[in-house]
Design a protein around this ligand. Structure first.
Ligand code: ZN
Length: 298
C-alpha cells in the first residue's frame, strides 16, 4: 500500500515536470524566434475598454463545409517551400477605414488574402467582414479582445476563441478554421485549445512590423526581403493608423508578381502542403517549419 502510494506520488511529480517542460519548451524564445514576433511591444493594438465576451450560448455553432478541413496539430509558419506561392495576412481588423482600402487594392490586382479578425470588431463592423469573405478572402480568428493568450486560463482561452467563432459565423455563415494568437504568444495550452475547437494555428515567417509605422518604403522592402516560396507574411489592417500599409501594398503585390509569385489564402497554402503531386516538396515543407517541439508536446 505504502509502496503503491510512493509510486503514485512519483508518477504525479514526473507528470508535473513533463507539463512544466512542455510549457517551457514552447515558451523558449530560441525556439520561436525564427519569426520576427512583435510580442515585445503590445502598443500596436489598442484593446477595447470592455473585454467581456458575449454569452457563449447566444448563437449556435453550426456545421459548415469548413469543419471538414484537416486541423494541423502544430503552428504553421510557412507553406510548401517548393511552390512559388505567398500568403498575405492582415491582422487586427476589421477596421472600417483601412480594411476597405486594402480590400479594394486586393480586388484591383486579383489577389486573395487572409484576414485575422478581432471578435469584438467583427461584431462592430460586420459589413467589412462580409466584404472580406465575399471577395474570396479567408476570415480567421484573432481572439475576441486581443489579449496575450498565454496569460489566460484554459477556460478564458476557450471563451476568447469561441466568442469570435460565433461572431464570425454569425456574419459570414461559415465557421472559421484558422487562428492566429495575438502578439504571436503561444504555448501548448493555447495550441491545444485552438486545435480542440477545430483551429489550425497560423504564425508567420515574415513581418512588415507596420504597427511601428516605419514608413512606406520600409514596410514594402521588409516584406519583399521576406518573400520566398510558401511564405506567410504579416501586415496589419487595424490597430492603428495603417495608411502606410495601404500605400505599400501595391508595391508589394506588383513586385512579387513580377518575381513570379502567386498570392494564395492560408487555406490554399495548407491544401498545397499536402498536394499529392509534390511528395518531396511536402516533406521539405514539413522540415522547414518549427514543428518538432510542438508536435511532440501536444
Ligand atoms: Zn494582433
Amino acid at each position: 500500500m505504502s509502496s503503491n502510494n510512493k509510486q503514485f506520488k512519483l508518477v504525479l511529480v514526473l507528470s508535473g515536470i513533463l507539463v512544466l517542460l512542455g510549457t517551457i519548451t514552447l515558451s523558449t524564445p530560441a525556439l520561436w524566434n525564427r519569426t520576427s514576433l512583435h510580442k515585445s511591444d503590445p502598443r500596436h493594438f489598442v484593446a477595447p475598454k470592455q473585454t467581456h465576451t458575449p454569452a457563449l450560448t447566444q448563437i449556435p455553432i453550426t456545421t459548415s463545409r469548413s469543419l471538414h478541413a484537416p486541423v494541423l496539430g502544430y503552428p504553421l509558419f510557412n507553406g510548401n517551400t517548393h511552390l512559388p506561392e505567398i500568403a498575405l495576412t492582415f491582422d487586427d481588423g476589421p477596421n472600417p477605414y483601412y480594411s476597405p482600402q486594402i480590400l479594394a487594392i486586393l480586388q484591383h490586382y486579383g489577389v486573395k488574402a487572409t484576414f485575422f479578425d478581432v471578435g469584438y470588431l467583427v461584431a462592430d463592423y460586420p459589413n467589412t467582414v462580409r466584404q472580406e469573405y465575399n471577395q474570396g478572402n479567408i476570415v480567421g480568428n484573432h481572439s475576441w479582445s486581443h489579449p496575450e493568450m498565454t496569460l489566460l486560463s484554459a477556460q478564458a482561452i476557450l471563451s476568447q476563441l469561441t466568442s469570435t467563432t460565433r461572431a464570425i459565423q454569425a456574419v459570414i455563415g461559415v465557421r472559421p478554421t484558422f487562428f492566429r494568437p495575438p502578439y504571436g504568444a503561444l504555448n501548448s495550452i493555447v495550441l491545444a485549445q485552438a486545435k480542440y475547437l477545430g483551429y489550425t494555428t497560423v504564425m508567420w515567417d515574415g513581418s512588415a512590423e507596420d504597427w511601428i509605422v516605419p514608413g512606406v518604403s520600409v514596410i514594402a522592402n521588409r516584406i519583399l526581403s521576406y518573400a520566398h516560396n510558401g511564405a506567410i507574411l504579416l501586415l496589419h489592417d487595424g490597430g492603428g493608423n495603417r495608411a502606410q500599409t495601404v500605400a505599400a501594398l501595391p508595391i508589394i503585390i506588383t513586385t512579387l508578381k513580377n518575381r513570379g509569385f502567386k498570392f494564395v489564402t492560408i487555406q490554399q497554402l495548407v491544401d498545397d502542403l499536402v498536394a499529392p503531386s509534390s511528395q518531396s516538396a511536402n516533406s521539405n515543407a514539413q522540415d522547414s517549419t518549427t514543428v518538432s517541439p510542438v508536435a511532440a508536446t501536444v
